[in-house]
Design a protein around this ligand. Sequence first.
Ligand code: NAD
Length: 297
Amino acid sequence: TAELISGTEIRKTILAEIKEEVDQMKEKHGKVPGLVTILVGSSPASVSYVTLKVKTAISCGFHEIQDDQPEDISEADLLALIDKYNNDPDIHGILVQLPLPKHIDDKKVLNAINPDKDVDAFHPVNVGRLMIGGDEVKFLPCTPAGIQEMIVRSGTETSGAEVVVVGRSNIVGKPIAMMMAQKGVGANATVTIVHTRTKDLAAHCKRADILIVAAGVPDLVKPEWIKPGATVIDVGVNRVGMNEKTGKAILKGDVDFDAAKEIAGKITPVPGGVGPMTIAMLMKNTLRSAKLSLGIN
Ligand code: NAD
């Protein structure tokens, strides 16, 4: 049976590491990382995401501003708000919770964030930096960064490994593929990207020493597609039903977990795998931004 890579456990470790660095920063420099979360409107899903981010930031010892704005805020006012935080020296990370209301252009808003405070790493400048790699990179996008961190912390060798990424989205597939192919720790891999137009998905997956699946299709990956001993990272989060008793959604990944764990060497569960890592990486990016602004490493 495969070793389980627990995102919940790794997150705990990372958040404790961050808290310790924040305490030291406060002692030595009299400053802590500052994060602002901007929420427009009050959709329940967005409120719950923002609440979790705020709670986590506070638990890390950050200076946290929760800036809630009404649903009918104008685009110009939202842009002015971002500008204010772009120029606030106590703020190192700016998060705008998506989706935004229809009358506001998402792209325009995200592109208004100072790339050096763009801790989600969605700004084209940060996407470009990721492509160049090395010292250029300020922030890595959080979900791919979490995936890479899990691979490294689970002791999976990446150098020269065959990595197959299922999915080519801007949030997961494309960036993780580029990150794994770069030079550096947790990278130096030979990467294949597969997607909806790929001819023989199974044949590609079977070659993978590390299989990263971000398709959004429950049980897409069958056990016979997995190379014995491979590390399997399941990014998919699919609602497949509702628990009658708790009223909570039943979540499933993109990999047939029960069967796959008998063949894989290491595997991430859903829930409790990649999901919990994303927020930890957001905190890590905010800490990094604060360190960069203080000129420390
Ligand atoms: P997306 O829909 O933007 O992209 C999915 C990609 O998978 C596409 O590029 C598509 O070509 C490919 N794909 C879809 N069906 C396929 C098939 N049958 N065969 C081969 N390729 C196929 O999705 P996304 O934003 O990349 O997210 C993917 C999954 O990961 C979703 O389930 C999402 O909920 C989850 N996700 C989780 C986290 C997290 O845990 N923090 C973050 C982001 C996304």
